[in-house]
Design a binder for this molecule. Structure first.
Ligand SMILES: Cc1cc2nc3c(=O)[nH]c(=O)nc-3n(C[C@H](O)[C@H](O)[C@H](O)COP(=O)(O)O)c2cc1C
Length: 390
């Protein structure tokens, strides 16, 4: 990063008690050299490995440590609000566990609870390979990632304990590179319409045919893109707790289609992300009242309208970019009917919780990117939208 194109930031560098803590001194030095403002928090553990003098020397600022340090009583809120980006480098197993469980008995723990996920929070774990592989550690990391923390996975290699394996802290240079990438100014914010959740087709006044879609994918994308400064409207089957986002809810396929049509016709969107699970069939004749359950019942189903094939006709912006999701129960899939710039294909058996394996195809139906988790997928979609190389 040269001085001429740098994007100067206020960086909160938090350091844990790890044998790799000395690398945080090098990172701090580089951040200051690049012109960033840096505040440092040393955990109780960290103070056994590195001294405040080095950090204070580089930053020319008093180093923070205790939750109850005199004259800094509100540091656990003030530092969080001050920072543009928050780093935990290196992150110990102990602190990762505390953060994942909402423990606020340390300055780093309290700062994390005051974090509102409206700016980057990066964690770089460092530990023995067995500690890193431990199910408790892996669950904690997944939890943090789900909440919006970026985990910078350790590398494989020789560890200070004499063992070899995963758990080696990423080098300061790699940390800087990731940071630079994240801090690069994004292009102009995009206007994005996201559909999510599943339709319900009524059988009678109290019953419906629906599907297992949770709306999680659309929700996660909406959250990430909104936090990155884009203008997002979410059309979903159930209203969620988003406050700063336009939301609409739908029930049936026709209802969904009408609302989508109205939005696309009246506003100019740059992107449509179609993650909703729309019914292929609906009941031909919906019963008034409640069908009595004594006798066998035959339902006649008829195909619903193919919404995705109509969106371009509806769209005010004739250059609308469409990103659609295609879920299949096996690897066989037909993409011909998809008039989309990007198709995100996933198989049912590969989608469970945070695990979300799949492939992103371009307009020519060539596979372009693969992902293994929901966060990898949302990162790729963000890169596509922002026109940067994933
Ligand atoms: C020599 C030595 C090296 C250590 N290295 C690590 C390490 O790399 N990663 C880790 O998670 N814990 C390591 N620990 C254990 C932590 O220092 C310990 O769990 C401490 O409570 C962490 O404190 P903190 O989370 O407040 O920083 C090490 C301990 C010792 C004595």
């Amino acid at each position: 990063m040269s001085n001429s194109n740098r994007n100067l930031k206020k960086i909160l560098l938090q350091v844990n008690g790890s044998i790799a803590a000395f690398k945080a001194v090098a990172l701090c030095s580089k951040l200051v050299q690049l012109g960033h403002e840096v505040e440092v928090v040393l955990s109780e553990g960290a103070e056994n490995f590195v001294g405040a003098a080095s950090f204070e020397g580089f930053t020319r600022r008093k180093v923070h440590s205790g939750l109850y340090d005199s004259g800094q009583m509100m540091a656990h809120i003030d530092l969080e609000r001050w920072a543009d980006v928050i780093l935990l480098y290196p992150a110990s197993a102990n602190t990762i566990g505390k953060l994942a469980n909402g423990q606020a008995d340390s300055l780093i723990g309290a700062l994390f609870l005051a974090h509102e996920f409206n700016k980057p929070y990066l964690i770089a774990p460092a530990m023995n390979q067995a500690m890193y592989k431990h199910p408790s550690m892996q669950e904690n990391l997944k939890k943090l990632e789900r909440w919006g923390v970026t985990i910078l996975a350790p590398t494989d290699g020789f560890l200070a304990c004499g063992e070899t394996g995963g758990g080696r802290l990423i080098e300061p240079e790699a940390m800087l590179e990731t940071l630079n990438h994240m801090l690069e100014p994004v292009g102009p914010s995009k206007k994005i319409l996201i559909t999510s959740g599943g339709t319900s087709e009524p059988i009678d006044a109290v019953r419906s045919i629906t599907n297992f879609s949770t709306g999680e994918t659309g929700y996660r994308l909406a959250e990430k893109l909104r936090k990155s400064g884009h203008t997002v409207t979410l059309l979903q089957s159930k209203l969620s707790k988003f406050e700063s986002m336009a939301q609409l809810s739908y029930l049936t396929t026709d209802d969904f289609a009408n609302q989508l049509k109205n939005k696309l016709e009246t506003e100019s969107y740059d992107f449509l992300i179609h993650a909703a699970a729309v019914a292929d069939y609906r009941v031909d004749h919906t019963h008034d009242g409640k069908i009595q359950s004594e006798s066998p019942l035959t339902l006649n189903l008829k195909p619903t309208q193919k919404v995705i094939q109509q969106v371009r006709n509806w769209s005010q912006n004739k250059n609308l970019n469409v990103i659609s999701f295609k879920l299949t129960a096996d690897s066989a899939m037909k993409l011909e009917n998809y008039d989309s710039e990007w198709i995100i294909h996933n198989e049912l058996r590969n989608v469970k919780g945070e695990n979300h394996e799949g492939t992103i195809y371009n307009r020519d139906r060539n596979p372009q990117f693969k992902f293994k988790t929901k966060s990898e997928m949302t990162n790729l979609v963000q890169s596509i939208i922002e026109g940067s190389n994933p």
